[in-house]
Design a protein around this ligand. Sequence first.
Ligand code: ARG
Length: 585
Amino acid sequence: MSLISLLGEVFGSAFEELGLDRSYGKVFPSQRPELGDFQCNGALAAAGQSARSLATAVVDRAREDERFGDVLPAGPGFVNIRLSDRFLAQWVAEMASDPRLGAPRADEVRHVVVDYGGPNVAKPMHVGHLRSTIIGDALARIFAHLGHRVTRDPHFGDWGTQMGMLIIGVQERLPGLPYFEEGRQGGYPSESPISLGELSELYPEVAAACASDPERARAARRATLELQEGRPGYRALWKQMVRVSMESQRADFARLGVEFDLWYGESTVADRVEKMIRRMEGSGRVSKSEGATVVEVAEPEDQASLPPLLLRKSDGAALYATTDLATIEMRVEDLGADVILYVVDARQADHFRGVFRAARLTGLAPFRVGLEHVGFGTMNGPDGRPFRTREGGVVRLGELIEMVTAAARVRLEENDLVVDYSSEEREAIAETVGLAALKFGDLATHRASNYVFDPERFVSFSGKTGPYLQYGVVRIRSLLARAAAENLAQAALIPPSRPAERDLMLTLTLMPEAISRSASERAPHHLAEYTYRVAVGFTRFYDQCHILSEPDPVQQGSWLTLARYTGEVLSMLLELLGIDVPERM
Ligand code: ARG
């Protein structure tokens, strides 16, 4: 149980004894730390006018409790609670001796599918995929740490119209390839006819051509349909394009420290589509409209009207929404998902609204299965618009990592860090610091908001940045190493003797809520904020308490234990955020 829940129980009982609901006993970290550590506002909600006397009655019931230093009514009916120093130290000592460091565990284990990353065939990963990857990976880590079963799946974009475009693009360039021979059934080359670099150049070209030339657009749609219907040459070429894209993207994800449990794509469910549409027809919601198959998803009580969702075009081709629906069916039936989180750009909100509605109305997803679009804003450039290259193109993930790594290299040197290490180690540290800057720069903003990509600021060793947090952990480790070298022993935590030490202890007691809140709101940002608070708390403690020169071994041992535990908590939180810490800096 977390400290906040324990306090909620204690004050809940006080309200209950007074004939009121336990839930009024809910306790929060104090808004005014000078008045107390925690506060309970239940009396105000329960008693209105006579809240002050109710608060006094509640206080009377808690006053004798030795766990509290002070419990006082305040204002119109607040209760301010200050813990006794002894109890606070005891509580932190218990967290520090727990193998899970006091981190919470889910009451009920659920199977959470996290759909994130979202790469597409032939398109190198770019900034648009970065937020999905960073936020999605942090959420997957947080849910797994809480004890949930987690399946990470990038939902590879490999089945839509862009595939037909690529096929005709390759055909226009290299018409002699065996993939395009009519009637040929097999014997295709085992090597890809085209590299990922060439594919990614080809794609925007064909896409532009299809936009301006109806003839080419028709050819692309036709090729998409033939691919989906199984034309052998197209399937063979498609396989090669999927393979080269996937290899490069896996490498990009690995560089970010991200691994998936499944690497499924839109095409994985292609064979289910036919049967799924028949199943959906049973709901009476599916109809034909100008030759196309659609699901009516509008409901009378809708505020804004939802247009029908297209399942099959008039030529019979399946679309993005079609494979998303079949993927829901597969995740529910084959994987046994309880919740599916789609960590995807907020601009796809309408798509998911339609897809989720269709899945509910046609029974593909029973109501017990959660379907949630975890949307996010854009990463912008200094001009406040989505981040692009100077030429206006998309910035590739690799380039982005180079940018932050270069900035980190400079900053490390400026701070006289890593100077004595081998150039190899320096380079590895610069990349680890660069990645931390990139990831924390993203997580430091709530996912729903946009933010400006600012490598200079992100790599700073002071302020709310990834490198500041990494440095915090490295500093604690080196402190502990020095203490060990001088044979200074860690010892039992004693009650705090300095304000910064007490504040740090208090902050540490709030860790369980920071983790659970990030999970319940699907917002790792809260955890990022909290991690920063712990690091700042440690910096202040370390400034106020001169650990290594402290003459009293009991005091010194207690401080060392507090430092050790804080370091472990910071490492754990950074791991949950997907941020690595170098051995030394
Ligand atoms: N590939 C898509 C894109 O780049 C993102 C996929 C998101 N996941 C999903 N199940 N639709 O926009």
